[in-house]
Design a protein around this ligand. Structure first.
Ligand code: ZN
Length: 556
């Protein structure tokens, strides 16, 4: 691709061009901005290069030789400065030579099917104070069939994109006036969220959690004491002045829960104490990484903290993993994997403490007989964690539940219980979320179901479509009956054609449509249609009600 770009732009300057998880890219400094029309032209040139089937020749160069070779390529010269001596290699095909670690295929003719997908702006070395470059993304596969399958998958993903469906289904919006990464939930999206939250609270009550609320701002000093100010500052907002004291928007819910715990003396008999909060937190993310509902600056965690004795850690972690499994199953996720993330470079606490915490997590996973991967260095600064990655209907990974064992905060805040020996002992904290954040989990649900939420989550579960104005009165009566049985139902009383109203309900992904006209009024029923287009036919109102209710109650 770089050789093709050079052929079209002889003054092109080259930055870096790695392979990435889902393809490859290359960053260029070009005399004019690329347009979508440029990509087929570059691709055509690439096909000529592949057809010429030149071999790729690897050479090792000294620093001086490389500096001579790339004298007109300032970005390459800068890259050379970072390469250790003896590790400078270039590859040449035909007239074109590039700095590259390799390896390469032997000949250009071995390159299979490829497609350039899009262009994007990218700062040199990701640094917003440096040159803005033009990035071209592409994919390559061994065969045309594999390439086509991938492009089909991308097209399907675009249809399910939560940012697109968020607009089409009137779920949420993000406004420049409010600020990037800050979400407004519309009635439809808020309805889904409310159902999730109600279900979540009910399940937590069943499992012995107490639900709490804590403030959104608090004095900065406590975040210094916790270590967040030291280890997590790049994600914190600037403090604000309140009566001459510095306050911070809360980035985590932990400290409020600690203070509730510490509000009186706790005995070993009371433990474990489980405190849960749908807690909204604020974290700074760079503007460039914000994305829909998945990377935001304000979000609500389904957070909880379990305060327990060391001998209770294993059983508590097991119970959390089981709760997480139950939740994922209920929301329709069958595939997930567990990752054990261990001590990062920037961390608080001694190696012994880390080892102990990691061992407790491992013991829990092993007693559940669960397979897991390791992510060395991927833990939080205060402790190791188990991350659960969900796979959606498209096979893409989403961050799901997280469970962290923490001996650090109890130490810093002197969080104790009175043991059976009458002495004070430090408690162990388990931080956990089972959905992650409401925002990200909602985005995941939208994309997993392509906007067709399961019935129990659908903002509108049934829509009544009167064929003509004279049927509206009956439609309203049916609406009232269904609503009384707890079904979310509305009537489309607009004076549009029936076909139009049915299509509209399908576009809105309403699970059930009840068509009512003369025939239906006479038999005191409704003609039932599904959003899939399936036509069930004439049913009594009782039948409709039972059918919808049982789908809601079973959360199917
Ligand atoms: Zn926490």
């Amino acid at each position: 691709m770089a050789e093709a770009v050079l052929a079209l732009f002889p003054d092109a300057k080259f930055a870096i061009g790695p392979s990435i998880e889902d393809g490859f890219y290359y960053d260029f400094d070009l005399p004019r901005p690329l347009t979508p029309d440029d990509l087929p032209v570059i691709e055509a040139r690439m096909r000529e290069i592949v057809a010429a089937d030149q071999s790729f020749v690897r050479r090792e160069l000294s620093r001086e030789e490389a500096q001579d070779l790339f004298v007109d390529q300032p970005y390459k010269l800068e890259l050379l400065d970072d390469l250790p001596d003896g590790h400078i290699t270039v590859y040449t095909q035909g007239q074109f030579t590039d700095l590259c670690r390799g390896p390469h295929v032997e000949r250009a003719g071995q390159i299979g099917a490829f497609r350039l997908l899009r262009t994007a702006g990218a700062y040199w070395r990701g640094d917003e104070s440096r040159q803005m470059l033009q990035r071209i993304y592409g994919v390559a596969f061994e065969t045309e069939a594999e390439l086509q399958a991938h492009l089909d998958k991308l097209a399907e993903a675009a249809k399910r994109d939560h940012r697109k469906l968020g607009k089409d289904l009137d779920l949420f919006s993000i406004h420049e006036e409010v600020g990037p990464g800050l979400v407004c939930w519309h009635p439809n999206g808020a309805m889904v969220r409310q159902i999730i939250e109600d279900f979540w609270k009910e399940e937590h009550h069943k499992r012995g959690y107490g639900i709490v609320y804590t403030p959104h701002i608090g004095k900065l000093d406590q975040w210094k004491q916790s270590g967040h100010w030291e280890f997590y500052r790049e994600n914190l907002y600037s403090p604000m002045d309140v009566d001459g004291q510095q306050y911070l928007l809360k980035p985590m819910n932990c400290l409020g829960h600690i203070l509730i715990y510490k509000s009186r003396l706790r005995s070993y008999r009371e433990l474990p104490i489980r405190m849960a909060e749908l807690g909204t937190v604020y974290r700074y993310e760079r503007g460039g990484v914000l994305y829909g509902l998945t990377r935001v600056r304000g979000f609500t965690q389904d957070d909880a903290h379990i305060f327990c004795r060391q001998d209770q850690i294993r059983d508590e972690v097991i119970a959390v993993v089981q709760l997480a499994q139950f939740m994922m199953q209920t929301f329709g996720f069958q595939d997930y994997k567990l990752v054990l993330a261990t001590r990062p470079d920037k961390h608080a606490g001694t190696p012994e403490v880390w080892e102990h915490a990691t061992a407790a997590l491992t013991a829990a996973l092993e007693s559940l007989n669960l397979d897991y991967e390791e992510d060395p260095g991927g833990g939080a600064f205060y402790g190791p964690k188990i991350d659960v990655k969900l796979a959606d209907a498209m096979g893409r990974d989403w961050q799901g539940p997280t469970i962290q064992v923490d001996f650090n905060l109890p130490q810093r805040f002197d969080v104790c219980y009175i043991g059976d020996d009458g002495g004070e002992h430090l408690v162990t904290m388990i931080h956990r979320t089972v959905l992650g954040s409401m925002e990200r989990f909602f985005a995941c649900l939208v994309e997993h179901y392509g906007g067709s939420f399961p019935i129990w989550l659908s903002p509108v579960q049934a829509r009544i479509v009167p064929i003509a104005d004279r049927h509206i009165e009956y439609a309203l009566k049916v609406e009232d009956t269904l609503r009384r049985s707890g079904i979310r139902v509305d009537v489309d009383s607009r004076s549009e054609r029936m076909g139009f109203k049915i299509r509209d309900a399908q576009m809105a992904k309403v699970p059930y449509m009840l068509i009512v006209g003369d025939k239906e009024i006479e038999s005191e029923g409704a003609s039932l249609r599904l959003r899939s287009g399936e036509d069930i036919g004439l049913c009594s109102i009782d039948e409709v009600q039972n059918r919808v209710r049982s789908a809601i109650d079973s959360r199917s």
